[in-house]
Design a protein around this ligand. Sequence first.
Ligand code: TMP
Length: 206
Amino acid sequence: MNGKFITVEGIEGVGKSTNITYVQQLLEANGIDVVLTREPGGTPLGEAIRALLLDSQYTGMDPVCELQLMFAARAEHLAKVIRPALEQGRWVLCDRFTDATYAYQGGGRGIDTGIISRLEQLVQGDFRPDLTLLLDVPVEVGLARANNRSTPDRFEQEKVDFFERVRQAYLDMAREHDRRYRVIDASQPLESVQQQLTAVLQKMHS
Ligand code: TMP
């Protein structure tokens, strides 16, 4: 039997790392075998592409170059990690996936979503996540949290407007794909965020 594919999305500073660890522990406590992975990255080649994508040395990278690097890493990730794990009945918990491309390269950079959708079809065919958790916070809250961390990477250097477009693109996708998406209010205290996550996941494996 195939496992389930869960993706976690959101702008910078929504608490993705903490909450992904929580989701992983929750699933494992229910006896589910979880593979935790991330995009861009998740394979040796994908992590090398990630390093290029995040390096501030490449500020001003052409958006179409950026777009294709995202999908290049994703093709490798799907072939080497995601599909094999699902075929073995394991669940895959992925920190970002193609919705991040629609949000950042589509919403943020302004690339036509029709072009993104053609690359999605090429790389994934009809493959889509079973569940997408969107951790949502207002941009000023997310950026204030993110700015407290280490040196900003190439994306973290973007301005508020960019992240407003990214957030809006995520919220639009959540409305459009409301069966697959669950929007979590991540501006709440951690305990409340975790209660929201528990409620969503209980429905999924019960
Ligand atoms: P992370 O630091 O949250 O793991 O993500 C790395 C950055 O890559 C983040 O700023 C979002 C960006 N990104 C895209 O722009 N497009 C994509 O398709 C993915 C997966 C990530």
